[in-house]
Design a binder for this molecule. Structure first.
Ligand code: ADP
Length: 362
């Protein structure tokens, strides 16, 4: 079983960029060698419906001796899209190549994998919504008929050469499934949406990973970390590594709930799992835009944060935990957001920033 990496010529050093901004993006080597990443499907915590469907797909492809179907994973960063891809590669014992949409700048960038692909291998394309249109169209026949169409010559003497390929699997990952064109989306046989994790599942991940890191953690501390991890395993791992350092530096190395709270308070992660960036977002929305509605571009310009960061990393959790709502006219802060920041909500601006109320906007 081998992992290969291919890179686009435009950004030869670009890592596979998945991750919340508070954590540096991982390089392909780190992705594969991440010691906390489960390697078998049975070790994946939560996402039960997704894991069950993948189990069926694995079983079927083992029985028939065929490649896995093309699979698209979508969901916010850090929920396990890459992990599921690496798990499938381990389960099948097949080759895995990793790249990302922005790294595949032109058709030539994707050709090395296509022509070298062996039967049943996996090509993982992270951020597949950022694939340039020309590359996207180039891989349509690859996904459908395992064939590339190469145009030779120019003008009236031009002719198309059809190169047959081995049957392999493309696994795409995206934080923005809405940005995927429907022809590309339709060429994936399985679409798997990953949800935020509940507290029990995150606490289990923390406990298992504490053992991997040879750290003693109490059950109460694991639950505290789970509460402050925004439903996201990658953040749970990052929080765990931090409290472990804190426990080593400031105590006897054992992570108790008191140590966990002190360490997370020091990182300015509050009891609702919001970090500084989340609170800045809510403060901007409330103080500058009077609670909204505000468009994401306007918010991004005000906060000097990219639209992508807000849309991919900040807003999904704020929406899910009902600190904001999204209306056709923009984002609005909810009473929960005002209460959390200790700001009094003006009586005449109930939720939408206008007299028409919530139902006037939808
Ligand atoms: P994504 O690709 O969605 O951004 P990753 O697959 O890189 O997220 O997941 C980040 C980290 O979270 C992994 O390194 C792994 O340790 C952990 N993780 C993700 N999903 C699970 C899961 N279902 N069970 C246990 N750990 C997980």
């Amino acid at each position: 079983m081998r992992e290969r990496k291919i890179q686009g010529s435009a950004t030869p050093d670009s890592p596979i960029t998945s991750g919340l901004s508070s954590i540096a993006p991982a390089s392909p080597d780190e992705i594969v060698n991440d010691s906390l990443r489960p390697t078998r499907l049975m070790d994946m915590i939560g996402q039960k419906a997704v894991a069950d469907r993948l189990r069926v797909a694995l079983e079927a492809c083992r029985i028939r001796g065929e490649a896995l179907p093309h699979i698209l994973f979508d969901g916010p960063p850090g929920l396990g899209k890459t992990t599921f891809a690496t798990v499938l590669h381990h389960e099948l014992g097949v080759e895995l190549a990793m790249t990302s949409g922005p790294a595949l700048d032109k058709k030539g960038d994707v050709m090395p994998f296509l022509t070298n692909a062996i039967e049943g291998s996996i090509l993982f394309i992270d951020e597949i919504h950022r694939l340039p249109k020309s590359v996207e169209e180039f891989i349509y026949p690859v996904m459908e008929d395992f064939r590339v169409d190469v145009v030779l010559g120019e003008g009236i003497s031009a002719r198309t050469l059809n190169l047959p390929l081995k049957k392999f699997t493309i696994i795409g990952a995206t934080t923005r499934s809405g940005m995927l064109s429907s022809p590309l989306r339709d060429r994936f046989h399985m679409h798997e949406h990953l949800e935020f994790y509940d507290i029990d599942d995150l606490a289990r991940i923390v406990t298992i990973n504490a053992a991997k890191l040879k750290t003693t953690i109490t059950q109460e501390a694991a639950i505290e970390l789970a509460h402050r991890s925004r439903g996201t395993p990658r953040l749970a791992n990052a929080r765990l590594r931090w409290v472990r350092d804190f426990a080593t530096a400031r105590a006897d190395g054992v992570v108790t709930v008191e140590i966990a709270r002190e360490a997370l308070d020091m990182q300015e992660i509050d009891r609702e799992a919001l970090d500084k960036q989340d609170r800045r977002y809510l403060e901007g929305l409330i103080k500058v835009f009077h609670g909204g509605p505000a468009g994401v571009e306007a918010l991004a310009a005000t906060l000097a944060i990219s639209v992508d960061t807000l849309a991919d990393e900040v807003e999904p959790y704020l929406l899910r935990s009902q600190f904001i709502i999204r209306t056709p006219r923009g984002r609005c802060a909810t009473p929960k957001a005002y209460k959390h920041l200790g700001i009094r909500q003006p009586a005449n601006r109930p939720l939408t920033g206008g007299p028409e109320g919530l139902f006037g906007l939808i």
